[in-house]
Ligand binder design. Structure first.
Ligand SMILES: Nc1ncnc2c1ncn2[C@@H]1O[C@H](COP(=O)(O)OP(=O)(O)OP(=O)(O)O)[C@@H](O)[C@H]1O
Ligand SMILES: [Mg+2]
Length: 285
């Protein structure tokens, strides 16, 4: 059984008004248990709207969101948050508790977890995002920097130990070491717990490092979904979408376009390096 099925998902904001906007247009895709899906698309393409359907925050205008075989809008709506944790865009703006400990414990208490078990989970979640429990647990979140607050928001999602983790731009605005830390912890969770992960990012470089498959959304439509090589090619061919391809991929596509015999069915930097070395007649490393 897939972890998530989107069946002809369409969402319209403010229907029947002057502000009507079709943000998702007939999107269908299946995500298998344990898969890491990277969602890429330019500003306003509908990525956040899609993420908000995964925990029932938005209900489809038409179509269905099915989580572990059950309609998210139906029987398990109230239970959905036990399966799915969502890290919204700019989550650091949503922290409200007096201490970091309470912030992370909040969701756990709602799950009827009590006493020592809470502390174990809070500690573990903080460790996963690279923060020391003794140093941070009693700190007021609002007194911390934006980057640390982002990591705390991520720790809140990790602590729930969800089967599905949906992350909307988890590294936006972080410096490169903060981003690296966050990405490593996300990948670790997928590997250790077989968590299904859906991650929105503006950075293809980032998604190519982590994701098993890519979904490319443009103006609310799913243009491509699946194998990363195929999706990259479609992104290149839809140049007007403003998505920045990694430099090495752009170079390969351009070389191919002007008639060079290079293999563009690759995704990694090292593979691109080999291709270019071959083209130049050099022996690759
Ligand atoms: N609450 C709302 N009311 C009306 N229109 C909205 C609302 N939220 C989003 N939209 C519109 O729906 C479309 C999709 O928005 P969404 O936030 O899902 O895009 P996004 O891909 O996440 O963009 P970004 O990359 O900027 O985060 C956009 O045109 C946006 O202006
Ligand atoms: Mg968004």
């Amino acid at each position: 059984m897939p972890a998530i099925e989107l069946r002809n998902l369409t969402y319209i904001y403010c229907p029947g008004t002057h502000y009507e906007k079709k943000a998702l247009d007939d999107i269908s895709m299946e995500v298998n248990v344990g898969e890491f899906i990277g969602i890429i698309g330019s500003n306003g393409s509908g990525k956040s709207t899609l993420i908000k359907h995964l925990n029932g925050l938005l209900q489809p205008t038409s179509g269905k969101v099915v989580v572990f075989g059950k309609d998210a809008a139906g029987q398990i709506k109230d239970e959905l948050w036990k399966y799915v944790s969502v890290l919204f865009q700019f989550p650091e703006q949503q922290l409200f508790e007096e201490t970091v400990y309470d912030e992370i414990a909040y969701g756990l208490r709602n799950m009827d977890i009590t006493g020592d078990a809470i502390e174990v989970r809070v500690k573990d979640a903080l460790e996963k995002v690279g923060l020391n429990f003794d140093e941070f647990a009693q700190y007021p979140p609002l007194a911390l920097s934006g980057g640390i607050r982002r990591r705390i928001a991520l720790a809140c999602a990790f602590a729930m130990e969800p089967k599905i983790l949906a992350l909307d731009e988890p590294t936006a605005g972080l410096d490169s070491s903060g981003a690296k830390q966050v990405l490593c912890s996300i990948k670790k969770i997928q590997k250790e717990k077989n968590t299904t992960i859906i991650m929105v990012s503006h950075s293809l470089d980032e998604l190519l490092l982590l994701a098993d498959k890519l979904a490319f959304i443009d103006k609310g439509k799913l243009i491509a979904f699946g194998d990363r090589r195929q999706v990259l090619k479609l992104i290149y061919e839809n140049a007007e979408n403003h998505i920045v391809l990694p430099d090495y991929m752009r170079l390969l596509f351009e070389l191919k376009k002007i008639g060079n015999d290079v293999n563009i069915e690759i995704v990694k930097y090292e593979e691109a390096e080999d291709e270019i070395a071959n083209l130049l007649g050099e022996t690759s490393k």
